[in-house]
Structures are given as C-alpha cells and as structure tokens.
Design a protein around this ligand. Structure first.
Ligand code: ZN
Ligand code: ZN
Length: 240
C-alpha cells in the first residue's frame, strides 16, 4: 500500500483558496484494488446532520449526498457504504486513518464554501469533506448549491484533480449553477474520463446505513397509524 505523506486540501466555491496539487506519479485513489476491480469505500456524516448546518434539513442533506455518491458510482465500480461516524470532530487537524470511515462529511467555519482532502493512507483527513458552517446552503441554483458542491468535493475525495480547460463538474471556474434540485445532478464526459483513469469502468452502488423513506411511504405509514387509531376508537366505542 502506498503512502501519500502530503495531505492536500482543495477548495471550491465563492473564493478559491490555495490549491495544493497532489504528489506527482501514480494517481491518488481510495482503496488498494486494481483499476476495474470493485472497491468498497466507507463514508460517514461527522457533524453534517447535527441540525446546526443552516437552512437544510438533515434528510435533504442525506438525500443530496446519496445522489452525489450515486453519480460517481454510476461510472466506476465504487461501492460506497455508510458507517457510523468515528474520529475527531470536523476540523483540519490530522488524525490517524485506521478505524475511521474513509470519507467523513462535516462542517466547520471555513474561508471558502467547502474543501476536501485527497486520498491518504495514513492521515484520516484524506477523503474528508468540510463545508462552511455559515453558508446559505440550498438545493436550488446559486453558489451555495449543496448538491453541486458535494459532487465536486467527492471528486477530490476520490483523487480527482481540477479540470481547468473543459466543461466539468471538476472545473472550479465554471459557473456553479448547473444543478437545480434533487435529482438534477450529472457528470460531464471529462469528469467520467478522469474517474475511469483512476478506477476503471464499471458500476458501483450506494448503501446508506438508514435508508431515507420516500415521502409517500411516510405519508402512507402516518395514515395507516391514523386509520388504526380510528378503528381502535370505533371498536372500543362499540364494545363499551
Ligand atoms: Zn475543487
Ligand atoms: Zn476543514
């Protein structure tokens, strides 16, 4: 297993911070299997769903994150598996990689909208994604588009670099207003090409710990409970 001693932080969003390129040589990648072979990548929400990440419901954050993971998993054999979070609170301090999920998604006050860390075998920060705690995050268009930002940052977590000369989600200079709601995410050919140069072609999956019920299912369950209560009341009324 190769070690990558340099930890690179990539920024995205309103202000582009200093971009640290990964070490030259072999592409950085999460997992140690050969390109084209299935790779399991663990992820968790460190503090993203703690209810303090402004303006967005945890269920929406989860749904958008799962959609973004699914975009990358549609073109390479990446199997994302959610784990309970473990490790230190979200910050840019290094910590040991062993025993923690590979991609931990959280928030803390940042000078840019978001940043991510390239894969790293030793430092737990490798693969992690941090979004700005105070951002006006939303799922509509605009610079604080959570779905678009998390898709871009996941690219870095997987080892993808910026695409500076072509249309790409990994192009940080192109207007970031392409996704307009849940279900509208996509990748450009340049993103897919770079992904496949690292992981090969194939199809992966996304396995959340606690799948988000569809709104329709929730409604059905709620009405079912209401109906049951009504019947109980009626039968109680009849017998009493
Ligand atoms: Zn970036
Ligand atoms: Zn950070």
């Amino acid at each position: 297993m190769r070690n990558h001693p340099r930890i690179a932080v990539i920024t995205f969003g309103l202000i582009l911070g200093g971009l640290v390129q990964p070490a030259a040589g072999d592409p950085l990648r999460l997992g140690s299997t050969a390109p084209g072979q299935p790779v399991v990548i663990t992820y968790s929400y460190s503090n993203l769903l703690d209810g303090t990440f402004l303006l967005m419901e945890p269920a929406l954050l989860r749904a958008a994150t799962e959609e973004a993971l699914g975009l990358w998993a549609a073109f390479a054999p990446l199997h994302f598996v959610e784990q309970p979070d473990s490790g230190p609170p979200a910050s840019d301090g290094s910590y040991p990689a062993s025993g923690t999920p590979q991609i931990r998604i959280g928030h803390h006050p940042t000078v840019t909208a978001a940043h991510a860390f390239y894969p790293n075998d030793v430092d737990g920060l490798g693969g992690d994604i941090h979004l700005d705690s105070g951002g006006a995050w939303n799922l509509g268009d605009g610079p604080w588009n959570f779905l678009e930002t998390i898709t871009h940052e996941l690219g870095h977590s997987l080892g993808l670099d910026h695409e500076l000369d072509v249309l790409a989600i990994m192009n940080p200079f192109y207007p970031q207003q392409r996704f307009t709601s849940l279900g509208t995410g996509f990748l450009y050919p340049a993103d897919i090409e770079q992904l496949r140069s690292i992981y090969g072609s194939g199809r992966g999956s996304v396995t959340p710990l606690d799948p988000t019920p569809e709104p329709g299912t929730l409604l059905l369950a709620a009405s079912g409970i209401a109906l049951l209560a009504y019947r109980r009341r009626r039968s109680a009324g009849r017998s009493g």
